[in-house]
Design a binder for this molecule. Structure first.
Ligand code: MG
Length: 388
């Protein structure tokens, strides 16, 4: 962070959980940050309110049906208003953006993330699906265009923080912690009866619906394993998961000498968001502090991969590579949506994903077009499967 120069931030997905918390962080550090772009899918009323408060240069409402509402509400503001997701691709490349926070949900974030990388922007990566789907492509583009990717996901931020100052000292393995979600300790017969409302009650973290369901199914950890592989250039054998119900140790790195570094803190997403936006500086915060006295027992246990089959599916997708993680991700997005609409039950989620991974054709070295086609085909297939 250069002295005296504010970082100009584009927040893709500013009305979601990460986007709103990022604005809180920015609001507390007006001397360091300013907002240059805000984008939202459908939540136009909140987008308007955010735009009036933070005065970005531009806003984009992806759903074109709400364009007129946003345009009218901001008519007397010096803010440009655009509609449609294609507008985002151009705006992330503009000269008045330094950092792009990718906080939109799902595969939809891929194209604009690539555009931002091609323009050499710093990426504060909150959209894990992007790396899961197209990790190889994203990593090679980031090297080619000298675009830094700073993780926002709390586990990956923890690992990133452990690696700062290590100057490429070899990593033996990383250990991703997982809370285990609301159904930790459940067996298959108890999972059969769980409802949407149960799955949406995460014990530690307040997050959007998609990631909350992913946490309950453990797919979130599966996605994070693949995300970690690409962010840190690891082999599948170097990545472990440990269940840590208190969510205080955010993840760990074990080095070649056997020494382990961990990063700890209260489960508060504003911390990794602020770290990513301010990197390499640690800015002062007034967030609540962790005390060991409040958590006398930090515990750790093995993940139950027999009950939570998504973990195994994710490792399989990571090891086989190609477009298999893309298939897994698309099937998961459709399955989670169907679960949220109460069209399938909880245990159908891994079934639907596994079946899609079997049926959709495998491509060993996919191009961007292959990823887009795979995502499209998988969504059609998975929806049909769910309809049956
Ligand atoms: Mg996470």
């Amino acid at each position: 962070m250069q002295e005296g120069k504010k970082r100009r931030i584009a927040i893709l997905g500013s009305t979601g959980s990460i986007g709103r918390q990022a604005l809180e962080v920015i609001d507390q550090h007006p001397e360091h940050f300013e907002v240059s772009v805000l984008t939202a899918n459908n939540s136009y009323e909140l987008l308007i309110a955010q735009a009036i408060k933070f005065q970005p240069n531009s806003v984009v409402i992806s759903n074109e049906n709400f364009y007129l509402q946003v345009k009218e509400a901001l008519a007397d503001q010096p803010i440009k208003v655009f509609a449609g997701s294609e507008s985002i691709d151009q705006i992330v490349q503009s000269d008045d953006v330094d950092v792009v926070l990718t906080a939109m949900v799902g595969f939809a974030g891929l194209r604009s993330t690539i555009k931002a990388i091609e323009a050499g922007k710093v990426i504060a990566l909150a959209n894990k699906e992007t790396l899961v789907v197209a990790g190889e492509l994203i990593s090679s583009l980031a090297v080619k265009y000298r675009s830094a990717i700073i993780p926002v996901d709390s586990e990956h931020s923890a690992i990133f923080q452990c690696l700062v100052g290590e100057n490429h000292n070899p990593v033996e393995k990383i250990i991703l912690t997982a809370s285990g979600g609301p159904f930790r300790g459940y067996n298959l017969s108890s999972l059969e009866k769980v409802k949407k409302s149960d799955a949406l009650k995460h014990p530690n973290w307040t997050m959007g619906q998609k990631v909350t369901i992913d946490s309950a199914t453990m797919m979130n950890k599966g996605l994070e394993v693949i995300e970690a592989k690409w962010l840190f250039g690891l082999e599948p054998e170097q990545i472990e998961i440990v269940i840590h119900p208190q969510s205080i140790v955010h993840s760990l790195v074990q080095f070649a000498d056997g020494s382990i570094k961990a990063q700890l803190g209260l489960p508060d997403m504003r911390l990794p968001i602020q770290y990513a936006l301010g990197f390499p500086k640690r800015l002062k915060s007034n967030f609540p502090r962790f005390s060991f006295m409040d958590y006398p027992n930090l515990t750790f246990e093995q993940p139950d991969t027999k009950t939570f089959r998504n973990i195994g599916l994710a490792f399989e997708a990571m090891k086989k590579g190609g477009n298999l993680p893309c298939i897994m991700n698309a099937a998961n997005e459709i399955a989670v949506e169907a679960f949220l609409h109460e069209k399938i039950n909880f245990l159908n989620i891994p079934e639907v994903i596994e079946k899609s991974m079997e049926i959709i054709s495998f491509v060993k070295e996919p191009s961007l077009d292959d990823y887009i086609a795979t995502d499209y085909d998988t969504r059609i297939y998975t929806k049909e499967l769910i309809g049956k």
